[in-house]
Design a protein around this ligand. Structure first.
Ligand code: S3P
Length: 235
């Protein structure tokens, strides 16, 4: 229906370019000759091991507004040589309206339908990190697409989210409301859904996006290996 399929192809070139800028696997450092060849070999084999493990499956970032899905997602994509998509940005591109205007003009229910359609389109790509809107987990139909990839829940305390979102004017659900109690009630409604993700990354106040990406990259192998074991035992 939309145009994301085309984006998958168009972003391929870009993806190849960012691969060598990866810093978790220390490629950036290799260009400064700071690593010995043994270390370069080690980093390269880590990188390819990760590619072998992931086999191109998509990574979906879920979590509340303000958890940094976009910032972390972009960095993670860069580290993995993956494409990056943000469902909110795609919705805005398709509708030519900012999210708060969409909510005001057609209402949340219609927004959710567009969001689901966009999710279907991006989920059809491979090798992509996808930052989703905080409410994407509300629809069971959406889960059938999320489940094709690795789902990472970025979790943060309501205190931290309140501090981050105090001056935000872009999120319609947080307008004209007591921020802390609204975040508490949204998290209360959604927590049991977020916990259905494959990995939970808890965000502390002083965590940088780089630290979070490193933590994600460290946790991915054990998660994939354990799910491979489960599916092997099921067969
Ligand atoms: C929403 C989160 C927003 C956006 C919309 C609704 C939600 O995305 O999709 O305002 O229901 O939590 P972010 O999580 O990227 O802020």
């Amino acid at each position: 229906m939309f145009f994301v399929g085309l984006l998958c192809t168009l972003t391929n070139k870009l993806t190849k370019k960012v691969k060598i800028q990866s810093s978790h696997f220390n490629f950036a450092k290799t260009s400064n000759f700071r690593l010995s060849w043994t270390e370069v070999d080690f980093q390269l084999s880590n990188y390819w091991e990760m590619q072998e493990l992931l086999r191109g499956i998509n990574i979906f970032l879920i979590g509340m507004m303000g958890t940094g899905k976009t910032t972390v997602g972009k960095l993670l994509a860069q580290e993995l040589g993956y494409r990056f998509f943000d469902t909110d940005v795609l919705i805005e591109r398709v509708t030519q309206e900012p999210i708060d205007k969409i909510f005001a003009s057609i209402g949340e229910e219609n927004f959710r339908q567009i969001e689901s359609q966009i999710l279907i389109e991006v989920a059809a790509c491979t090798k992509s990190v996808i930052a989703t809107g905080g409410g994407v987990i509300l629809s069971s139909q959406n889960w059938s697409h999320l489940r094709h990839g690795l789902i990472i829940w970025l979790d943060a305390s309501v205190e931290l989210l309140t501090a981050r979102l105090a001056n935000d004017q872009t999120r319609p659900l947080l307008k004209k409301t007591d921020l802390t109690s609204k975040l508490n009630s949204l998290l209360e409604q959604r927590r049991s859904l977020y916990t259905q993700g494959d990995l939970r990354i808890f965000i502390n106040e002083n965590d940088t996006p780089e630290m979070l990406v490193s933590r994600i990259l460290e946790k991915i192998p054990s998660k994939i290996v354990s799910s491979l074991k489960i599916s092997k035992n099921q067969n």
